[in-house]
Design a protein around this ligand. Structure first.
Ligand SMILES: NC(=O)c1ccc[n+]([C@@H]2O[C@H](COP(=O)([O-])OP(=O)(O)OC[C@H]3O[C@@H](n4cnc5c(N)ncnc54)[C@H](OP(=O)(O)O)[C@@H]3O)[C@@H](O)[C@H]2O)c1
Length: 314
């Protein structure tokens, strides 16, 4: 049975997205996630896609750089088999050699080819590198909407000042800035402290929370006894894992009271804060569990308890 679909508008657009989307960085990425066909393979990825839809998700987040195009390629292969409308968000990466506005159109057309689509639902500037947070360049997003290549546009990793400028630039073009995709989880709450979350909420810009499980840490499966593998070892050294322990204990305790897992509680907390998380899933089990964060809400006092337990020193 499907989880009840929690739907919210994407920014000021009429596009309705589920409060949990699916992150697809790991779909084909060897370097960080270790995709090599052994720990998880193409069949696992296909099942993650199918089970995400069965469990109520209506959108997937990808990027041209994920697996050097592989992630978009997987989606392109899977989308035709979906029995309902599936929304796709992808991203433009501002490589240093992309100095002309038309580089975005070329990149978007290549993404569409891999995705086997005529248009995407959300096109985002992946990060504000080089010129790509300046009005002249950000306005290319509006051109992409007018050309019918995307329904909505967003940014990613833009700070408050750059988000404000992008919002004003696009407003002048008559196209709303629909979203800003930034890191946000119980383990990284910087957007609450630097004013970005408030600015976006006040201006109807959807905050898409990436790494909402802190790259797996919030599931409770990693800790001092079982440190994360690969590059995550450096991101989460023993002293950090030790710091996280009381928070993970609380996630488990609150989860037990709701019949939910720590991952579902951690994702629900990001929803309660007004953001839309996009947890990554490598297989069907992870996808089903993550989508179980929809259709219910933590109690206000539980959100406060999690706020307190996650107020960790930097
Ligand atoms: N815009 C940007 O700059 C940016 C940056 C990063 C991510 N993103 C987007 O955000 C998405 C999610 O972020 P993320 O992938 O960095 O981190 P995440 O969602 O916090 O964690 C994903 C990882 O956690 C583990 N996991 C997920 N669900 C699980 C479950 N239910 N049970 C146990 N383990 C589980 C899996 O890794 P293991 O099984 O190996 O532990 C999975 O690959 C990405 O896919 C991407 O779409 C965007």
């Amino acid at each position: 049975m499907k989880n009840s679909q929690d739907l919210v508008p994407l920014g000021k657009t009429d596009i309705m997205i589920t409060t949990v989307g699916v992150g697809t960085w790991a779909w084909g990425d060897r370097l960080f996630w270790g995709y090599n066909g052994s720990s998880y393979d193409d069949a696992d990825i296909r099942e993650a896609f199918e089970v995400s839809l069965e469990n109520g998700a209506n959108w997937f987040d990808t990027a041209e750089v994920y697996g050097m195009g592989k992630s978009e390629g997987f989606l392109g292969k899977f989308l035709p088999s979906a029995s309902e409308e599936v929304l796709v968000a992808t991203k433009f990466f501002p490589f240093p050699w992309r100095v002309r506005k038309k580089a975005m159109f070329r990149a978007l057309k290549k993404s569409l080819k891999r995705l086997q689509l005529n248009r995407v639902d959300l096109y985002q500037i992946h990060t504000p590198l080089g010129w790509w947070s300046k009005p002249k360049y950000v306005s290319t997003l509006a051109d992409a909407v007018r050309a019918g290549l995307t329904r909505a546009v967003g940014v990613s990793n833009f700070n408050t000042e750059k988000t404000k400028l992008a919002n004003e630039t696009l407003q002048a073009e008559g196209v709303p800035l629909a979203s800003n995709q930034v890191e946000y989880s119980l383990f990284d709450r910087s957007i609450e402290k630097n004013g970005l979350l408030d600015y976006c909420l006040e201006n109807d810009i959807t905050v898409i929370a990436y790494s909402p499980l802190a790259k797996g840490m919030a599931t409770g499966k990693y800790g001092l006894e079982n440190p994360p593998p690969g590059p995550r070892k450096r991101l989460y050294p023993p002293e950090k894992l030790q710091q996280f322990e009381p928070l993970i204990t609380l996630l488990k305790k609150i989860g037990a009271e709701h019949g939910k897992t720590p991952a579902q509680v951690a994702l629900n907390w990001t929803i309660c804060k007004g953001t839309v998380p996009i947890p990554g899933a490598k297989n069907a089990k992870q996808a089903a569990e993550n989508l179980g964060a929809m259709g219910w809400r933590l109690k206000p006092e539980e959100v406060i308890a999690l706020d307190e337990a996650s107020d960790l020193p930097d």
